[in-house]
Design a protein around this ligand. Structure first.
Ligand SMILES: C[S@@+](CC[C@H](N)C(=O)[O-])C[C@H]1O[C@@H](n2cnc3c(N)ncnc32)[C@H](O)[C@@H]1O
Length: 399
C-alpha cells in the first residue's frame, strides 16, 4: 500500500513523488547502476501500516543507499522527523540532492550509529548490510535503545540473504518472521527487543556503537582495528599487503601524505612510521572505515600523527597541496563491479598532488589501469608486478 498517511499540517505537502527521478550522484552513475532497487520499494510497501502509525520522530532508516527509503517514507507514508544513518557520505549527499530534485520536505536528520539514532524509535527500516557482524551491530543497538514496541523491517536481495541473518535478528528480538519475496527481494520483520541485561551497553556520548575487533599482525608489528562492516575487517587486504613493503620508498621527503580510501587505516599507520616528518591524513567515504582507522591509529600510538576524516574523494583538500597520495582503490560500488569510483579517486589524487607529487597505487593486474593513471595523474612507472597485483607510482605534472 502506498497511500499517503495523514500528514503533520506543519509540514508542507510534497509534490507527486516518483522514484524515477532519484539519482546516485555524487556516487558513480551508469546505465546498469540504479538509485532505487526492488528492496527499497518492497520495504516501503511492507512497512506501510507501521509507518502510518509511527508518529513524529518514530521512524528510523538505516542503510538507505541514495535516499529512496527516507524520501519514500516521508513522501508516500507521511513520516515526519525521520532519523537516518547511512554509512557512506555519498549516500547522505545523494539523499539531500534527491530531496531537492523531488521537492520532498527535509523532515529528516542524519545521525551517526549511536543510541540517539534509535532512542524510542517505533519503526526501523533497514537495508540489510552484507556482513552478519554489521547486522548484529545495528540489531543490538535497536534492541537496547528503541521503544519496546519497535518493529524492524529489514530487507535485502534474496541472493545476498542467509539464514544467519534470521539468527542474528533472533538473538536480539523475540520474534522474527520472513515475509514473502517479491522481485527477488525479501523482508524480515523483527519485534520484541531483548534488552541487554547489563547497563554497560551504552558507549560514551557521541561515540560509535559497538567495539572494534583488534588483531595484531606480527609481520607488520601493527594492530588493526575494525568496526563491523569495514573493508577487509581486521585482516590486512592482500592488495595492501603487496603495497606496504614499498611505501618507505614513496616520496621519502614528503611533508604531507594521504591514505585515500583508508579503510581500517593500515596504509596511514605504515606511512606515519615510514615518513616520520610527514603529516598523514586518512580519508574514506565510509563512517565505519573512519571509526576503524581512528581506532587503528590510536591502538598503535599514532593518534597524534594521523588525522582521519570522512570525505568523498579528497573534496576537503585544495588543488596542488599534497606531496604523496597512496591508494588501494575499490573495484566495486555496492554489490556491482565498476571502475568509475577508482577513476574518480585517481582524478582526485591528480588534482590535489603538487608538481612532482606522486600517487602510489596498488591494483589488480588484470585491470590495466596504467593508461588511466597516465591520463589522470601523469607519467607512471611500475614498482612491482605479480600475476595478481601491480604497484605503480604516477608523478604529477611535468616534474
Ligand atoms: C579496496 S578498499 C582499501 C581500504 C584500505 N586502504 C586498505 O588498504 O585496506 C577501498 C576503500 O575506498 C573507500 N572508498 C570508496 N569510495 C570512496 C570515495 N568516493 N571516497 C573515499 N573513499 C572511498 C572504501 O570505503 C574502502 O574503504
Amino acid at each position: 500500500m502506498t497511500t499517503p498517511a495523514d500528514r503533520d499540517p506543519a509540514v508542507p505537502a510534497a509534490p507527486a513523488f516518483s522514484f524515477d527521478v532519484l539519482r546516485r550522484e555524487p556516487d558513480a552513475e551508469a546505465p546498469d547502476l540504479v538509485a532505487v532497487d526492488a528492496t527499497d520499494r518492497l520495504l516501503l510497501d511492507e512497512a506501510a501500516q507501521e509507518l502510518a502509525a509511527a508518529g513524529p520522530g518514530g521512524v528510523v532508516v538505516v542503510g538507505d543507499r541514495y535516499g529512496a527509503l527516507t524520501l519514500g517514507a516521508v513522501a508516500l507514508h507521511g513520516a515526519v522527523d525521520v532519523r537516518v544513518h547511512q554509512d557512506e557520505l555519498t549516500g547522505e549527499l545523494a539523499l539531500a540532492a534527491n530531496a531537492e530534485r523531488t521537492g520532498v520536505p527535509a523532515t529528516w536528520r542524519s545521525l551517526p550509529l549511536t543510541p540517539d539514532l534509535v532512542r524510542a524509535a517505533r519503526v526501523v527500516l533497514l537495508q540489510l548490510p552484507r556482513s552478519l557482524e554489521a547486522l548484529d551491530d545495528v540489531a543490538s543497538l535497536v534492541a537496547a535503545h528503541a521503544a519496546p514496541d519497535v518493529v524492524v523491517l529489514a530487507g535485502g536481495r534474496v541472493k545476498h540473504m542467509s539464514h544467519g541473518m534470521n539468527d542474528v535478528l533472533g538473538r536480539h528480538f523475540g520474534e522474527v518472521q520472513a515475509r514473502l519475496a517479491r522481485q527477488k527481494s525479501r523482508v524480515l520483520v523483527a519485534r520484541g527487543p531483548r534488552r541487554p541485561d547489563d547497563g554497560a551497553a551504552a558507549p560514551a556520548p557521541g561515540e560509535r556503537w559497538g567495539s572494534p575487533t583488534r588483531v595484531h599482525h606480527r609481520d607488520l608489528d601493527l594492530t588493526v582495528c575494525a568496526y563491523p562492516g569495514a573493508f577487509a575487517g581486521a585482516r590486512v587486504d592482500r592488495g595492501t599487503r603487496a603495497l606496504v613493503p614499498f611505501l618507505a620508498g614513496a616520496v621519502p621527503d614528503a611533508s604531507s601524505a594521504v591514505d585515500l580510501g583508508c579503510g581500517t587505516g593500515v596504509v596511514a599507520a605504515v606511512l606515519a612510521r615510514t615518513h616520520p616528518d610527514a603529516q598523514v591524513l586518512a580519508t574514506d567515504v565510509s563512517a565505519v572505515a573512519v571509526a576503524s582507522a581512528r581506532a587503528t591509529a590510536a591502538a598503535n600510538g599514532l593518534a597524534d600523527r594521523v588525522t582521519v576524516r570522512q570525505d568523498h574523494g579528497l573534496s576537503a583538500l585544495a588543488d596542488g597541496s599534497v606531496d604523496l597520495v597512496v591508494l588501494n582503490p575499490p573495484f566495486h560500488t555496492g554489490a556491482a563491479v565498476h571502475t568509475g569510483v577508482a577513476q574518480h579517486l585517481f582524478a582526485e589524487a591528480g588534482r590535489v598532488l603538487c608538481p612532482r607529487g606522486e600517487l602510489w597505487a596498488v591494483w589488480n593486474s588484470h585491470l590495466r589501469y596504467r593508461s588511466v593513471l597516465e591520463r589522470l595523474v601523469g607519467p607512471t612507472r611500475q614498482i612491482h608486478r605479480d600475476p595478481t597485483f601491480t604497484v605503480t607510482a604516477s608523478r604529477c605534472g611535468d616534474g
